[in-house]
Design a protein around this ligand. Structure first.
Ligand code: SIN
Ligand code: MN
Length: 200
């Protein structure tokens, strides 16, 4: 495992080996079954290109009513709990004191991307956001604490974990594109990104 710091983003390359990655995909299967991926709409009415769901006591959603955390999937059921092997990554790298209350699950298909944004719907920014990459490679872009300015990019591979905390907590970040089919982890290719958050 190599450690790399880019604009205060703490990047653990290959934190998860291939057995651990397969294990996470396995524990995500029942989660995705009870809380299926859906295509979110931004408050302005634009469909996002990623598909999304959550695990935990809170899930992040967006629709015409705005960005927010809520206790239920749009289909009206509680989110499933966050599987233990995912919590183990948080406890190792983020905090052994408090578990996250949200694991946002984003699925990137062939043309999916995520524009530069800040994660700022959480109550307390002293907690980091921890991101786990599974599946196809993604070109991750890091900006600044305000919109605009120069950016830097790095390819995230399956098994990489990024800790966005401290001075990086409110830094703009996004995903320009994925290299569809670059990983054999997911049967239909694509990329799953998990972000663990203390939301409340
Ligand atoms: C996010 O910012 O919520 C996702 C980042 C990623 O997909 O790597
Ligand atoms: Mn984000």
């Amino acid at each position: 495992m190599a450690r790399l710091v880019l604009r205060d983003f703490d990047i653990r390359k290959a934190y998860l080996d291939s057995t651990e990655q397969t294990g996470l995909v396995e524990v995500l299967r029942p989660v995705l079954k009870s809380a299926p991926l859906f295509r979110p709409v931004t408050p302005s009415g634009k469909e996002m290109s990623v598909r999304m769901t959550s695990a935990g006591s809170l899930g992040w959603v967006t629709d015409r009513a705005g960005y927010r955390y809520q206790s239920q999937h749009p289909k009206g059921v509680s989110w499933p709990s966050i599987p233990e092997p995912i919590l183990a990554v948080w406890r190792d790298l983020a905090s052994a004191e408090r578990d996250p209350d949200c694991c946002l699950i984003n699925y990137y298909g062939e043309d999916a991307r995520m524009g530069l944004h800040q994660d700022k719907d959480e109550a307390d920014f002293s907690w980091p956001v921890l991101s786990i990459s599974l599946g196809d490679d993604a070109l991750f872009r890091i900006g600044n604490n305000t919109r605009g300015g120069k950016t830097e990019s790095i390819w995230l591979n399956s098994g990489d974990v990024v800790i966005m905390g401290g001075p990086a907590r409110l830094t703009y970040h996004g995903v320009d594109r994925i290299r569809f089919g670059s990983s054999k982890l997911l049967p239909k290719s694509g990329r799953i990104n998990l972000t663990l958050r203390v939301a409340s």
